[in-house]
Design a protein around this ligand. Structure first.
Ligand SMILES: NC(=O)c1ccc[n+]([C@@H]2O[C@H](COP(=O)([O-])OP(=O)(O)OC[C@H]3O[C@@H](n4cnc5c(N)ncnc54)[C@H](OP(=O)(O)O)[C@@H]3O)[C@@H](O)[C@H]2O)c1
Length: 286
């Protein structure tokens, strides 16, 4: 059985490869698919074959997927280009006869009001009609998304956001990655869509957890969209980038990431890391 992982130089892909090795998948059975072959030293040191697989260049995908049985498609990082990129990978997987494609999507991608949802929804729809056996892993937020807020709170004691009383059911990237590795090597998952999430918390709970991790008082400051845009721009974001962050936060206020569930715990066979432990780990990584 040959397993391949896209984005394997990235944070998520690297963790999945590490978990596959932890689960005793031989290095000779894992192909690390990379966007940039100058970043592969650590993968080669692990004994893995690396292959160029650029989501924007279908010919690289056709070559990269030769002989691959099971593929993890880690969603791309270029918002706006991703639907085309993902459909390129799925089409190449179909041509190569991939027997299972596992795709990392977003919480409730089919109904979510998140500005990130349409590309994931489009990918899921394309995947379902592609004829390639699939599993969809709808990941909630990474807890690591808050590491910048945490660093700022270390000096300011404030976590600011335009999410009102919105809630998030984040989990650590490493837990989502372990779940992905388990699904990739496991049986009985084809055709399933999993909603992967951790415990649900609001931003007052986030501030409380940040206080614990930083060892100083931290409070949540709720602001409206205009105030938030202004302060993000004052911190150096472009108007477009600030607008995007605010749109994400407003979708959180609307409940797009609020739903916890048991799928992640079931796949892991244990409780996912708590918010506090996830925040602690994210600080250790930076
Ligand atoms: N749920 C969440 O909270 C959350 C948060 C952030 C991201 N995400 C999603 O999860 C994905 C993985 O996250 P991550 O933290 O691992 O991101 P990351 O560290 O930025 O990794 C992204 C990977 O994708 C590769 N890549 C980028 N463009 C590509 C292309 N055109 N063709 C092939 N590979 C390409 C990158 O390679 P290079 O570095 O060489 O370009 C890198 O290996 C992201 O891409 C995004 O879709 C989810």
């Amino acid at each position: 059985m040959i397993y391949a992982v896209t984005g394997s130089t990235g944070a998520f892909g690297s963790l999945v490869i590490q978990r596959l090795l932890d689960f005793k998948v031989p290095a000779s059975s894992i192909v690390a698919l990379v966007h940039n072959q100058s970043k592969t030293a650590h993968l080669v040191n692990l004994g893995l074959e690396t292959r160029l697989a650029d989501y924007d260049q279908p010919s690289t995908l056709d070559r990269a997927l030769q002989g691959v049985d099971r593929l993890l498609l880690v969603s791309g990082s270029e918002v706006g280009k991703r639907l085309r990129q993902h459909t390129n990978v799925i089409s190449a997987a179909k041509k190569a006869g991939v027997k299972l494609l596992v795709y990392t999507s977003l919480s409730h991608a089919d109904t979510s009001v998140s500005p990130l949802a349409p590309e994931h929804k489009g990918t899921e729809e394309f995947l379902k009609t592609s004829g390639v056996p699939f599993v969809i892993l709808r990941n909630n937020w990474y807890t690591e998304n808050y590491s910048t807020d945490l660093k700022q709170a270390r000096t300011t004691g404030i976590i600011e956001a335009a999410v009102g009383t919105g809630k998030v059911a984040s989990a650590s990237r490493s837990d989502y990655a372990e779940a992905a590795a388990r699904v990739l090597i496991g049986e009985g998952h084809a055709g399933r869509t999993y909603e992967l999430a951790g415990e649900t918390w609001d931003y007052n709970a986030l501030a409380k957890a940040a206080s614990e991790v930083l060892g100083r008082p931290v409070v949540y400051k709720t602001v409206n969209a205009a105030q938030r845009t202004q302060s993000l721009m004052a911190a150096g974001l472009s108007q477009d980038a600030a607008g995007f962050v605010v749109a994400l936060e407003q979708s959180i206020e609307a409940g797009s990431l609020a739903q916890a569930g048991e799928d992640l715990e079931k796949l892991l066979g244990r409780k996912p890391k708590s918010l506090t432990d996830g925040l602690k780990a994210s600080l250790e990584l930076t």
